[in-house]
Design a protein around this ligand. Structure first.
Ligand code: HEC
Length: 313
């Protein structure tokens, strides 16, 4: 009973395409015979119409509209060959250590690094003894004692790096009204990241180009939006003396401090990349395994051949 129903079904299905096929063949034959000129005309009209629509679209959206001129947006930084930005590369920790030195000897006069505590430096740029010694050189407010007095105490590993100014007003007053921003997340906060900050630090020309009027108290730098900023050039060859005897050229210091600032913005980067590699390795192994298991389980079904056995009349 069941097999006869199945057969009848299969028979009906097998018959359908044949009817369909005949119809299609007839349809094509009649249209080509009847009007070959109409097809050519239609094709020409369709091409023209799509060309016109395309031209109209390009007219509307083709050329980008800038709210500001390129000079106002700032010059686009060059892509520098950083050795820590690849998928498999880590920070160069020698460079981070030099970068911290540049930050603490130069930038920390004006910029805070509010999100970095001394303990974060341990094992990254310095040993625990070195960091303890560095922290102890800074004075912090102690917890109030029984009389409610706050005294000074030497810093410890859990303290955050000291900020140069106690509040925004003091920072602005010392910098002709400009506020030196916190640098902890600077690399993530600016378009161009490391490339931008490096170009900014090394991009101060001796003189502004002819025709550019620099405002009183500002400094010309083509990479800064609008070309003029409150920070003057700070890095000059030989400004710091590196412990490891690396020649302290301006670009070397800029590279080191930028890499250090990338670490402060993404302290988890090395660990994240290592974790990413593990995830990709394990996930692709499991995926390959699941493909194999699927094929193994489905093999008896996929290999089955269903043959139409017409009823013997
Ligand atoms: C003498 C004070 C001073 C020193 C030293 C200094 N800066 Fe600045 N910096 C400023 C001021 C002021 C601004 C704000 C400029 C503005 O908004 O016009 C600024 C802005 C910046 C910016 C932000 C630019 C932007 O796109 O908004 C970065 C990045 C920066 N400084 C990095 C550094 C680094 C790195 C160092 C150390 C190598 C450093 N600065 C040293 C005063 C200083």
């Amino acid at each position: 009973m069941l097999s006869s129903v199945l057969r009848a079904n299969l028979g009906a299905r097998a018959a359908t395409p044949r009817v369909g096929a005949r119809c299609v063949v007839r349809g094509i034959a009649s249209s080509t015979q009847a009007a070959p000129g109409r097809i050519t005309r239609n094709a020409v009209a369709a091409t023209l119409a799509s060309g016109l629509i395309g031209a109209w679209y390009i007219h509307l959206y083709g050329s980008p509209i800038h709210a500001m001129t390129p000079a106002e947006e700032g010059m686009h930084p060059i892509k520098w060959p950083w050795d820590h930005t690849g998928h498999f590369s880590t920070f160069d920790h020698q460079s981070l250590r030099r970068g911290y030195q540049v930050y603490s000897e130069v930038c920390s006069a004006c910029h805070s690094l509010n999100f970095i505590a001394y303990r974060n430096l341990v094992g990254t740029t310095h040993t625990v003894e070195e960091v303890k010694a560095m922290a102890e050189q800074v004075e912090y407010d102690s917890e109030p004692n029984d009389q409610g007095e706050i005294e000074k105490r030497p810093g410890k590993l859990s303290d955050y790096l000291p900020a140069p100014y106690s509040n925004e007003e003091a920072a602005r007053a010392a910098n002709q009204g400009a506020l030196p921003p916190d640098l902890s997340l600077m690399i993530k906060a600016r378009h161009g990241g490391c490339d931008y900050v490096f170009s900014l630090l090394t991009g101060y020309p001796d003189d502004p180009p002819p025709g550019v009027e620099v405002q009183e108290g500002l400094n010309y730098n083509p990479y800064f939006p609008n070309g003029q900023l409150g920070m003057a050039r700070v890095l000059y060859d030989g400004l710091v003396e590196y412990d490891d005897k690396t020649p302290a050229t301006a670009s070397q210091m800029a590279k080191d401090v930028v890499q250090f600032l990338n670490w402060t913005a993404e302290p988890e980067m090395d660990e994240r990349k290592k974790m990413g590699m593990k995830v990709i390795f394990i996930a692709s192994t499991l995926f390959a395994l699941s493909v194999w298991v699927k094929r193994f389980k489905w093999a008896p079904l996929k290999n089955r051949k269903i043959v139409y056995d017409p009823p013997q009349v």
